[in-house]
Design a protein around this ligand. Structure first.
Ligand code: UT7
Length: 344
């Protein structure tokens, strides 16, 4: 595996790591663009034209990120034929943990009964799942662990300002999970690119509830416990970074877009995905379910990958490119040679 971080490349020696099982979970409740028309000054036409989103899922009251994460994880473990007791490490990528601490991953560990596993969360916004894959793969490469559960899970509906049309039409809830296991040379995660530019952090943030602005009547009155985003600025950044990070990951893997079977960009906005695919020359390889789920942040890529696998879009030996951008600002991209059925 070759890993590039903010431009510096290193070859990770040791075992490879591949996806041995995959699963996802979304809440049943559907919120359509027509429902949103009754809540804010928007229209189905505006939302579809600007984003491609038609509907999103919303978790019911009392259902937390760990609940969706647990369900996705159980499905991934079942797919891999692995018992929760055999998991060595659980990584949950999320910006909507059940609470500030304990981590969502510790709550998931208890719910799964995965008593042997270490557990921690990753906060890298919508790039979190790719950060999680790279991190988990390196524990496997080093020989520290054999079985790593990487989960991307979000209940974004709790941090969306439902009176703010610029953001509330974009997001949804869901979770996806992968079981990583040792893989042979050339299989599994071949290359990965991760990066961050903290100087742009103000473009996408949840301002209050942390140590800088703890919850107070003022923060609640100022609506500071909701997502604040400069959509246009994030869009411009995303257009560039989706293509750049993807190209770097392809180059590090020693392959081209032509070799790909599938390109799964972060499911944020259909226009963004299409522009990135066009720049790469992978227009006919894009997988999209953004129309049904909206932007589920760290969950978007594993949900899409799970659906693509279930639809028969991914076959043994296929090369898949996953690329994300998100709060931080962060980005991540990885090239995977699919070998799931050979890891059982
Ligand atoms: O995972 C990372 C998360 N972030 C993102 O993915 C965000 C990336 N950015 C985007 O996807 C796009 O910037 C948006 C979809 C958020 C917005 O699209 P846009 O084409 O950049 O629109 P805009 O922000 O420039 O707004 C254009 C107009 C504005 O009206 P005026 O000022 O021109 O009169 C907005 O007020 O559209 C208006 N507008 C809306 N109108 C109807 C903004 N939101 C809505 C809405 N319905 N929901």
């Amino acid at each position: 595996m070759v890993v590039t971080t903010n431009g510096t490349t290193a070859e990770v020696r040791g075992r490879g790591a591949g996806v041995a099982g995959i699963g996802s979970a979304v809440p049943e409740k559907v919120l359509t663009n027509f429902d949103l028309e009754k809540m804010v000054d928007t229209s189905d036409q505006w939302i579809v034209e600007r984003t491609g989103i038609r509907e999103r899922r919303i978790a019911p009251h009392g259902v937390a990120t760990s609940d969706l994460a647990e369900l996705a994880a159980r499905r991934a473990l079942e797919d891999a034929g692995i018992a929760p007791e055999d998991v060595d490490l659980i990584i949950v990528a999320t910006v909507t943990p059940d609470m500030i601490f304990p981590s969502a991953s510790c709550i998931v560990q208890a719910k799964l009964g995965a008593g042997k596993a270490a557990a921690f969360d990753i906060s890298a916004g919508c790039s979190g799942f790719i950060y999680g894959l790279v991190t988990g793969a390196q524990f496997i490469s080093a020989g520290t662990y054999d079985t790593v559960l990487v989960i991307g899970a979000e209940v974004l509906s709790r941090i969306v300002d439902w009176s703010h049309r610029n953001t509330c039409v974009l997001f949804g809830d869901g979770a996806g999970a992968c079981v990583l296991r040792p893989a042979g040379g050339g299989d599994g995660i071949i290359s990965a690119v991760i990066g961050a530019d903290g100087s742009r952090g103000d473009m996408l943030k949840l301002p209050a509830g942390g140590s800088l602005l703890p919850a107070s009547q003022d923060t609640v009155a100022g609506r500071l416990h909701y997502i604040h985003m400069e959509g246009n600025q994030v869009y411009k950044f995303a257009v560039r970074i989706l293509a750049d990070a993807s190209r770097q990951a392809l180059e590090a893997a020693g392959v081209t877009a032509e070799d790909l079977s599938l390109f799964i960009p972060h499911q944020a906005n259909r226009r963004l995905m299409d522009i990135a695919a066009e720049r790469l020359g992978a227009q006919d390889k894009v997988y999209s379910n953004v129309e049904r789920y909206g932007n589920t942040s760290a969950a978007s890529i594993p949900i899409a990958l799970d659906e693509a696998v279930r639809e028969g879009r991914v076959k043994d030996g296929d090369l898949i490119l996953l690329t994300a951008f998100g709060a931080g600002l962060t980005w991540g991209s990885t090239v995977i040679r699919w070998c799931k059925d050979r890891l059982k």
